[in-house]
Write a protein that binds this ligand. Structure first.
Ligand SMILES: Nc1ncnc2c1ncn2[C@@H]1O[C@H](COP(=O)(O)OP(=O)(O)OP(=O)(O)O)[C@@H](O)[C@H]1O
Length: 420
């Protein structure tokens, strides 16, 4: 049977065949309940991509993110990749367990339930909360306050950078970074509020906000974000603990923004060395290609407004190909995702969507080569869990597919009120 590989150009298909690909699902042939599974659909893992994973509530986005991560981990290029999942719901720790309940389903795919070697990281200051609630984790992370710009602080603290409070903040950060580079902590910033001539209530306002930021539990003397880019590793950054806080999404965005900046910088430096080595005939990855997967992506990279993750993620989207970073953005509402990210997706996996603005947003991505209205493709999908459409910019084709079942346990399942 001819192989379907999305996200890979003809040259790589000829040269590498299925090496460095993952099995994402099976092609669905026929419409609605008549549809049956045919050829396996593979996706390219070896090159950088921007991938969109869409679908309304409960259609399988988080499940599919897990499947994609599993495929990266088991691919022939796994040792040259590093995967980071930003886990806003606290559900990916369960990948450590095999998906025994899907054993018979997996048999039909020549697969078996499998546990994955996942490292779950939580904010250092939230250890107590995780332990009290018996939530599993492996290690902690911190970020260095000195790596944040004044405007990132302003976004995270919900301050208008042009307001009096914003101006005070800007002065403090400029003074500290002129004096100490990135080597200063949150207490230094708090002390700085008293160093400048501003109204007392402005100073107090900023001081209170900064003191609240201490409770976020993410700041340390040094950033430990570098440890997420180890070869062959699957890291889960559990930021679910900020769920109840009013500034929860700003804090998560701050972590993602800093991480995205750091990884891009590291990869750009590594790429320079790799290029020099390539010139000398040495072909070795200095640092793995990084795949970052983000659920609820519209919260980090919204169509309207800005978060501390907006610029760093847009840089990944715009220039990530050259240094070698891949982004997987999952959202219920593609219309709410930043249009620059949406238009740069070269692979889209879309489960069922119903809201008109979301269907229109999807339709706009690859409208040039669609034979039918996107609605037609969605309507033709069988009403089964795990079905969706793959839009492939490389081959300029659309494939209805059935996603493959998870090998590892999915903790995000829909609960029910039945007693059996
Ligand atoms: N390919 C699949 N095969 C079998 N079951 C699946 C598949 N995809 C999803 N499911 C099941 O469908 C349910 C919903 O999936 P999931 O939690 O991924 O939805 P979601 O789109 O992320 O939802 P939300 O937007 O509410 O977070 C889960 O119970 C999951 O086990």
């Amino acid at each position: 049977m001819p192989k379907i590989t999305v996200g890979r150009d003809e040259e790589d298909k000829q040269k590498y065949g299925l090496e460095g690909t993952g099995k994402i699902g099976k092609h669905l042939v026929g419409e609605n309940e008549e549809a049956h599974t045919a050829n396996t659909v593979y996706f390219d893992i070896a090159r950088p991509h921007v991938m969109g994973v869409f679908g309304k509530r409960g259609t399988g986005k988080s499940y599919s993110l897990g499947t994609i991560a599993e495929e990266i981990q088991t691919s022939s290029v796994a040792q040259n990749c590093s995967t980071v999942i930003i886990d806003s719901m606290g559900i990916y720790w369960s990948m450590k367990h095999p998906n025994d309940r899907a054993a018979s389903m997996l048999e039909g795919w020549d697969e078996k339930p499998e546990a994955f070697d996942v490292n779950v990281y939580i904010p250092e200051g939230k250890v107590q909360s995780f332990e009290q609630n018996e939530m599993p984790y492996d290690d902690t992370f911190t970020v260095n306050p000195g790596e944040l710009t004044a405007s990132e602080w302003a976004m995270a603290l919900n301050i208008d950078i042009n307001s009096e409070t914003g101006i005070l903040l800007d002065r403090i950060i400029s003074e500290l970074s002129d004096r100490s580079g990135v080597d200063y902590n949150l207490d230094h910033i708090i002390k700085g509020t008293h160093k400048f001539e501003f109204d007392e209530h402005i100073k107090k306002n900023l001081e209170n906000r900064l003191r609240n930021a201490k409770d976020w539990g993410i700041f340390g003397e040094e950033s430990s974000l570098g440890k997420f880019t180890e070869r062959g590793e699957l890291s889960v950054i559990d930021v679910s603990v900020f769920g109840e806080m009013s500034s929860g999404w700003s804090i998560r965005s701050l972590v993602v923004g800093l991480l995205a900046k750091r990884i891009l910088r590291q990869r750009m430096e590594a790429r320079r060395v790799e290029e020099l080595e390539e010139m000398e005939g040495i072909s070795e990855n200095e640092m793995p290609i990084v795949w970052m997967m983000i659920d609820e992506a519209h919260q980090f990279l919204p169509a309207k407004g800005e978060t501390p993750a907006t610029h760093p993620l847009l840089r990944w989207v715009k220039i990530g190909r050259e240094p070698g970073v891949s982004l997987v953005l999952a959202t219920q509402q593609p219309a709410k995702l930043h249009p620059n990210a949406l238009s740069q997706c070269d692979i889209v996996l879309s489960h069922r969507l119903t809201a008109k603005q979301d269907i229109d947003a999807l339709g706009e991505i690859m409208q040039t080569y669609m034979r039918h209205d996107i609605q037609h493709y969605i309507d033709a999908l069988p009403d089964r869990t795990g079905t969706g459409l793959i839009l492939d910019d490389n081959s300029e084709r659309i494939f209805p597919i059935q996603m493959r079942p998870r090998k590892s346990w999915h903790a995000g399942g829909t609960p029910d009120a039945f007693t059996d």
